[in-house]
Design a protein around this ligand. Structure first.
Ligand SMILES: *[C@@H]1O[C@H](CO)[C@@H](O)[C@H](O)[C@H]1NC(C)=O
Ligand SMILES: *[C@@H]1O[C@H](CO)[C@@H](O)[C@H](O)[C@H]1NC(C)=O
Length: 292
């Protein structure tokens, strides 16, 4: 099972980090300037007026569909698809269909937002939730029309359960140019987002005193489905894994909302159904280093 191998690799890496005192093993020193290997203009916007870009997926197999009052443990497969348009908002919906039923097209409506950060104004950020998807099924989705239309596809994961294989990866990121760069991956498969220190963006000296502002505008997660009060900590189940996402840069001491939520969340883990428990956080909550 691939996820077991990943767990093993991570465990090995952690062990190596603890046991080895290798010192400097390479003469390579990263330059402080931006790398010429990857200039920002290597990731231009797609052609066409107001063409949607920076597609990404949030998640699958959430425990409860957002907005539903069903208290079932996990009742379906849903995704949140997000994209950005540079000039004006819209289209306000995306069209999606099962690969084998291309004459049965459905629409999912998007909520639209944008934010300002100092002298930067984001494009129009769209978030559309597609609910009640079949498990293990190939879907297409399309946004925009004419020359600006863009089409992608994805396959939903299998139903949650014991011995259901699934592959996970670990990746890091930054805003517009980064979002264009990774679109090739995140438009086709779901990512599970967790905030790190680079996402805090707390800069009161330039009037930006709301932590995690760009991150929270851009990346929507179904945190309410796991009874969390903040998008910075939440959980999902996927295949044979129960995945808990935490925030290292939000309060986590005893009795804080995050701490209380985590205590509750642990009681919901059912090892017979999801033998894998994966906890994602940027830096360990308890460690002696002031950064990571
Ligand atoms: C925003 O401010 C920074 C720092 O003052 C400056 O380097 C940059 O050119 C400005 N960008 C715009 C779009 O005004
Ligand atoms: C745990 O999962 C198993 C397998 O799906 C199920 O039979 C059992 O009822 C679950 N236990 C609880 C406490 O929900």
């Amino acid at each position: 099972m691939e996820s077991r191998y990943l767990g093993l690799v991570l465990a090995l890496l952690l062990n190596t980090a603890v046991l080895s005192h290798g010192g400097i093993t390479s003469s390579y020193v990263r330059k402080p300037e931006a790398s010429v290997d990857m200039p920002l203009d290597a990731f231009p916007s797609p052609p066409g007026y107001n063409a949607p870009e920076q597609f990404c997926f949030s998640l699958f197999n959430i425990c409860k569909i957002p907005g539903s009052h069903n208290s079932g443990d996990h009742i379906g497969s849903s995704v949140i698809v997000s994209w950005v348009t540079p000039e004006k908002p819209g289209p306000k919906y995306l069209t999606y269909w099962e690969a084998h039923h291309s004459n049965h097209k459905h629409k999912a409506h998007a909520m639209i937002t944008f934010y300002r950060y100092y002298n930067y104004t984001s494009g129009f950020i769209h978030h559309a939730t597609i609910k009640n998807l079949q498990y293990d099924t190939h879907y297409f989705y399309e946004i925009g029309s004419g020359k600006s239309a863009r089409q992608f596809s994805f396959t939903t994961p299998p139903k949650v359960g014991l011995d259901v294989p699934c592959t996970f990866g670990v990746i890091g990121w930054r805003w517009d140019s980064w979002a264009r760069f990774v679109e090739k991956s995140i438009a086709y498969q779901p990512w599970i987002w967790t905030a790190g220190n680079h996402e805090i963006d707390f800069a009161p000296e330039i009037g930006e005193s709301v932590p995690f502002k760009p991150y929270m505008y851009r990346y929507h997660v179904p945190y309410k489905a796991s009874e969390s009060t903040s998008p910075l900590w939440y959980s999902i189940k996927r295949a044979s894994a129960h995945i808990i996402v935490l925030s290292s840069y939000s309060a986590y001491g005893t009795y804080t909302p995050q701490y209380n939520w985590l205590q509750q969340e642990f009681t919901k883990v059912n090892r017979s159904e999801t033998p894998w428990l994966i906890v994602l956080l940027h830096s360990p909550w308890y460690n002696s280093d002031s950064y990571h």
